[in-house]
Structure formats: C-alpha cells, structure tokens
Design a binder for this molecule. Structure first.
Ligand SMILES: [Zn+2]
Length: 453
C-alpha cells in the first residue's frame, strides 16, 4: 500500500518512502504543560495518532518510532507558578497527567517516547556550543542567539525570505541581536526562575532548541516525518530546521513536514472572550464521550480548518451508537481496502468515514469494525459510554409488546409508564405502525434504565 502525504516543504502531495522501512521515525511537537489541553490541542494529537496507526499497519508495529515531547520549561509555566504560588515541578507533573488522561479519553495512544525538555538540557547545551563553534550562533549579554544569516535556507519551509519576515513579523528587537530575526538558543535566568549551569552562565534554553536536541537524540540527524499545527510552521519549525541542519550538516532533519489546520468553534475562532473556549475535559464533563470528540475531529481533513459544532457532536453520537450496536458482538474482520486507501491518501479520514458509512449500510459489521479501528474508533477502550445503547432492543421489544396488549384492553397506563421512564432516561421514543424505535439522546443515562425490563 503506497502512502501519500502533503509535504509542507515541497507544497505537494508526495509518495512516502521511509529512510529505513525497519524504523520509520516521526516527531510531533507536543504541549507546553501549564494548563488543561483545549479542544484545538486535541486536533494534532488525534491526527498524528491516526498517522502512527497507519504507519504501524503498513510497516509493522515494531518498525515505527513515534516521539512527541512535553515542553516543561517555558515562561508561561513560570508565570503560572508565580500567579498561583505553586511549585513549577508540581504544575508540570499535574498537567502532564491531565494531558495523558484527556488524550487517552479521545483514543490517542501514547507515543513510543514522550521526552521532557528539562531532561535534555545537557544535549541542548552541547548543541548550542556546537552551533557557536561552527559559526552559526553567538553569545551576547548572557544570551546565545542563532545567526539566521548564517543559514542560506532560512525561511524555505514557510516560503519566505528573510526580508519578508523582518517586515511581517513582530520580532523582539534587542540591542544585542545582530539581525532582528536572530532567535534565542539560551537566555539568562534570574534567581527564583528555573536555571541550569552552562558555559554562558546560569540560564535556560529557548523553546526551539529543545525539539532539535530531542529529535537528534531519539531519532538521529535525519528522520522521516515531522508534524505539528500550522501555527508552528513559523518561526518554530523554521528555527528547528536551521538549528538541526547547521549543527548536523550530515543529516537533513525531517524529510516530510505535515501541518494540521486550526480549529474553530461554531464558525468562530475559539477564545475566552467569545465564551466558546473549551478544554477537552470541559466537553468530557458535559457528557460528550471522547469517542464522539474524536469522530468529529476526523470528519474534517487535517489540512482544512475544522469547525467544532454541537450539532456535529450530536450527529456523531447517533452514528457511533448505531455502529457500536451493529458491531457489539462482532470481531473485527479483514481491513477493508477502501478504508485503508483513504487513510493512506494523505490521511483522508473524512473519506474513510464515508467508506465506514457504506460498510454500515451494507451490514458488514466485521469490516466496519476493522476499518473504524484504523481510525482509532470502535475500539474496546473507548466503548463504555455506548454499551447500554446496544441493549435498548430488549426495551423496544417490551414496549411493542405491552402496546399490542393495550390496543386490546384499551388500558394504556403501562405503556405510558414505560414511555415516561424512557424519556426521563434521555431516550427518544418513536412509535409507529411499523414498530417501536428507541434512540438514546444527548442526555442519555443508561443507569436510569436499570430494572425497567
Ligand atoms: Zn517543536
């Protein structure tokens, strides 16, 4: 099966050929850990989880190395510690735990490596020293800066010239910078802020160098795929490339760059001031199952803006309940070719979902389950919420039976009693001549049904 991916670097869809099929290597920029993951943070985690599932399917689970980091040294973390009076390590530890729980709830499997920046300070210091020795970085007033003019390809990923960037970017002007686009590799730490000893005094790394150092350490100077949100393309990814290619000219850093588009809520940018800002945990606490969140995310191609709406969540919930009921006691069959082909075609998860609808309509439960699991849907881990949904057929039969009796006796009290109990449990009751259909609604509570049959 050929995989095609849109490489941001070439701006074209390319046939993917791994550097080493026995070890396909992927790096994705992970979260800065000072707060709960918002809904937008879940998008890259889910998209690149599907990429990892596809690569593992095609090359074998043992032949893929997937790295996603935690940024646990950052000024936002320092600010949170100052605001709350809490210890930095306590904040980052707690936030990492939240992140892993919330991502597990939306079906994101843990990558092979989840390096934390603070455990790679020695590698970062060595890389910075190397960049200085090779003439790509310089020390000034306790800072070390990368000299962008020393790297001819700077800007190639985002397709901008250095002049354009200076004109368009809000760069921090500092007297010690030779070029306003030069960026920080190391900066001094005042007392009370996290700091490590270095040849340039006590300080802490800039954000960009951590990904370069961790990717080098875990994946080598050349690897296959680098992923992240398209908001990271400039300057973060541009800077990663510059650092890595200058420190390790023997390698080419990432061969393919994948960028997911951003997320909106009900057609607008998600923001606290608009009142449409959600964390993943907010939605889970509102009773929206993680599997529903995942389904909605995957129903839009990763290179298109994703619009989260309550309507989409309701529709996804209804679809998943049906699919869960259809596949409840069925073992996954062979992976349907059409689903694999869609996912291999630049991670076309929306196209794969269309194929899943086709399989469901055809009653191919084993194929549906196998295809859905390539997307991380209809898995055993995510199904608890829908289990009761599969059992409503018994209650539907019971209601049909007492309704038939009531037709004879003209006493509908028993029908009304059961119907009221079902509605109270969040079940939509549809009665027609053809029969009785029970559909769990948004507020469905399976526990309220206990003892009704
Ligand atoms: Zn990064």
């Amino acid at each position: 099966m050929d995989i095609f991916l849109t490489n941001s670097r070439s701006r074209t869809k390319e046939r993917f050929t791994p550097l080493d099929p026995a070890n396909v290597r992927v790096y994705v920029c992970g979260p800065t850990v000072y707060d709960r993951a918002h809904l937008g943070n879940a998008r890259p985690a889910i998209v690149f989880d599907v990429l990892a599932r596809l690569l593992r399917h095609v090359y074998g689970a043992e032949h893929v190395t997937y790295v996603r980091n935690f940024t646990d040294v950052d000024d936002k973390i320092n600010a949170r510690a100052a605001e709350t009076g809490r210890d930095i390590a306590e904040i980052t530890e707690e936030t990492i735990g939240w992140y892993l729980d919330d991502m597990a709830a939306v079906g994101v499997a843990e990558p092979d490596h989840m390096p934390r920046a603070t455990r790679y300070i020695a590698q970062m210091v060595a890389m910075i020293a190397d960049l200085i020795a090779k003439g790509h970085a310089y020390e000034a007033e306790g800072h070390v800066l990368f000299a962008v003019e020393s790297y001819a390809d700077y800007g190639a990923l985002s397709g901008r010239s250095l002049e354009d960037m200076i004109a368009g970017a809000r760069v921090e002007v500092a007297p010690y910078k030779r070029n306003p686009m030069d960026f920080v590799l190391w900066k001094p730490s005042a007392a009370g802020l996290p700091g490590w000893d270095s040849p340039w005094g006590r300080g802490r790394p800039g954000w960009h160098i951590e990904c370069s150092a961790m990717a080098q350490d875990l994946l080598g100077a050349s690897f296959d795929i680098h992923g992240g949100g398209n908001d990271l393309m400039f300057p973060h990814h541009e800077n990663e490339i510059a650092q890595s290619c200058c420190a390790h000219p023997e390698g080419s850093f990432a061969k393919v760059w994948l960028h997911n588009e951003m997320l909106q809520v009900e057609g607008r940018k998600m923001s606290k001031s608009l009142g449409n800002f959600f964390t993943v945990r907010d939605l889970l606490d509102q009773g929206i199952p993680g599997e529903v969140i995942r389904f909605v995310m995957l129903s839009t191609h990763y290179r298109k803006p994703m619009d989260w709406t309550a309507e989409k969540a309701r529709e996804a919930e209804a679809v998943l309940r049906k699919w869960r009921a259809l596949t409840a006691d069925v073992a996954p069959g062979a992976l349907p070719e059409a689903v694999l082909r869609a996912v291999a075609e630049d991670l076309n998860s929306a196209g794969a979902i269309t194929e899943l609808h086709r399989l469901a309509a055809a009653g191919d439960a084993a194929g549906l389950k196998a295809g859905a699991q390539l997307l991380g849907l209809l898995t055993a881990d995510l199904g608890d919420w829908a289990v009761a949904g599969a059992d409503l057929s018994g209650l539907a039969a019971r209601l049909a039976e007492i309704r038939a009796e009531a037709m004879q006796t003209k006493d509908f009290s028993e029908v009304d009693r059961l119907k009221a109990a079902l509605v109270a449990a969040g079940v939509e009751v549809r009665m027609s001549k053809a029969g009785v259909e029970l559909v769990p609604g948004a507020g469905f509570d399976a526990s309220a049904l206990e003892g009704l049959e």
